[in-house]
Design a protein around this ligand. Structure first.
Ligand code: ACO
Length: 376
């Protein structure tokens, strides 16, 4: 009898040395280091080195890795020309998926899948996609792109290219912590998509393109935009309870809650909640944070017994809003961070590849008659 697991729940489909998740206890570690420690003490650059090399860098290694990343901040000029021709009405996730795919065409050897070449491709994609997202957002606001600055960190440089001015150290640090929290998360749907694609020995660009397509779904990374839409729909803190109860009565899912793996509080949400509270206070958005808290309280009362808690997308919405990001840039922000994890998984897959090819259980008829078309 074939084993069928709808949605592949509980199936172990790969080995990884990157992130460990204990969904019952609400634990997340990158290469054994608790996520909370990394969010407080590391940087996105260092965390990416950790995920790609399975160890923390020495100071000289981190300096070299950071310099290499910064040297690749600017996308190829021809890619920027292509970007300039895209409709400004395009949704940023569709634009990002298209542009990651397009980067392959500006690589003289797009199909090289030896691990050293794949790492360079991953570094190029990771380094250059922030400039693409920032330039696209400016383009649709009628503004010229802002060239990257190699003296700025990954997080600060993105906000600089987006807004045309350097972020405050507090904002840059908050965004950096957000990026660390979103960098990797086991064999989630988009990461699995990336590993499935690279397992055919296709190419790194195709794998990351597939992952971007997966992430934008509202059951996955797209949920952070839905959380913000929900917060905008709820007029006051007092209205939150009735709004959520109404949705639950109609059996609607509440965006930003529930997770296939976590049946306890998502540790990323714990950190983001504290960050969201602080940023909301600093930016005059406390009512927004209070609305989030009111929603959480109703959900905990109604759904904690079923293991439904806030996930990473719930408080990231308030956090991104307070950082000043447009609503439709929330999922692209998640993608820019997760390119780190997707790339690490692509490298792991290439290091010990075997083609993914599960079975489907056929549940249709057998030996059915072929009826001629005129008799149907
Ligand atoms: N609101 C209300 N009820 C929920 C929610 C929710 N957000 N999530 C799950 N449930 C309920 C379901 O209705 C179901 O109840 P039932 O057993 O009475 O039918 C039960 O919990 C199990 O839910 P499933 O959808 O079967 O769980 P699954 O593991 O397939 O889905 C998912 C997980 C997709 C994340 C789901 O919780 C969901 O849709 N959440 C909202 C969207 C969201 O926030 N996605 C982001 C996830 S994190 C990330 O990808 C980065």
């Amino acid at each position: 009898m074939p084993l069928t697991a709808k949605g592949l729940e509980g199936i172990v489909a790969a080995e990884t040395r990157m992130s460990f998740i204990d969904g019952e206890k609400g634990v997340l570690e990158y290469v054994g280091i608790p996520i909370d420690d990394l969010a407080r003490r590391s940087t996105f650059e260092e965390t990416t080195f950790l995920l790609w090399n399975k160890r923390l860098p020495r100071a000289d290694e981190l300096a070299a890795f950071t310099a290499d990343l910064r040297a690749r901040y600017a996308p190829p000029g021809a890619a920027m020309k292509l970007l300039a021709g895209l409709p400004t009405s395009a949704q940023p996730m569709h634009m990002l998926r298209t542009m990651v795919s397009a980067l392959a065409m500006f690589d003289p050897e797009p199909n090289r899948n030896d691990v050293p070449a794949a790492r360079v491709k991953a570094l190029n994609i990771l380094a250059s996609t922030p400039a693409i997202v920032a330039a696209f957002d400016r383009q649709r606001r009628g503004l010229a792109p802002v060239a990257p600055r190699a003296d700025l960190s990954f997080a600060a440089n993105f906000l600089y290219m987006l807004n045309g001015k350097e972020p405050t150290p507090t904002m840059a640090r908050a965004f950096d912590a957000c990026m660390i929290l979103h960098a990797d998360h086991g064999l989630n749907n988009s990461t699995f998509s990336a590993r499935v694609v690279i397992s055919t020995m296709s190419d790194v660009y195709s794998a990351i393109t597939a992952a971007v397509g997966s992430l934008r779904g509202p059951l996955h990374g797209g949920a952070n935009e839905d959380v913000m839409k929900m917060l905008n729909e709820i007029p006051t803190v007092a209205a939150a309870e009735g709004y959520i109860r109404g949705k639950l009565e109609r059996k609607d899912k509440i965006a930003g809650f529930g997770h296939r793996v976590y049946k306890a509080y998502d540790p990323r949400a714990t950190y983001l909640k504290t960050l969201a509270k602080q940023l909301a206070a600093d930016t005059g958005n406390t009512p927004l944070y209070e609305k989030s808290q009111a929603i959480e309280q109703v959900m905990l009362r109604e759904k904690a017994a079923k293991g439904i808690y806030p996930n990473v997308d719930f408080y990231s919405a308030t956090t991104y809003h307070c950082i000043g990001l447009q609503l439709d840039l929330f999922t692209p922000m998640f993608a820019l961070s997760r390119i780190s994890g997707w790339s690490g998984h692509v490298i792991e897959q290439l290091e010990g590849n075997r083609l993914f090819r599960p079975d489907a259980e056929y549940i249709g008829p057998h030996a059915a008659p072929y009826t001629p078309i005129e008799q149907r």
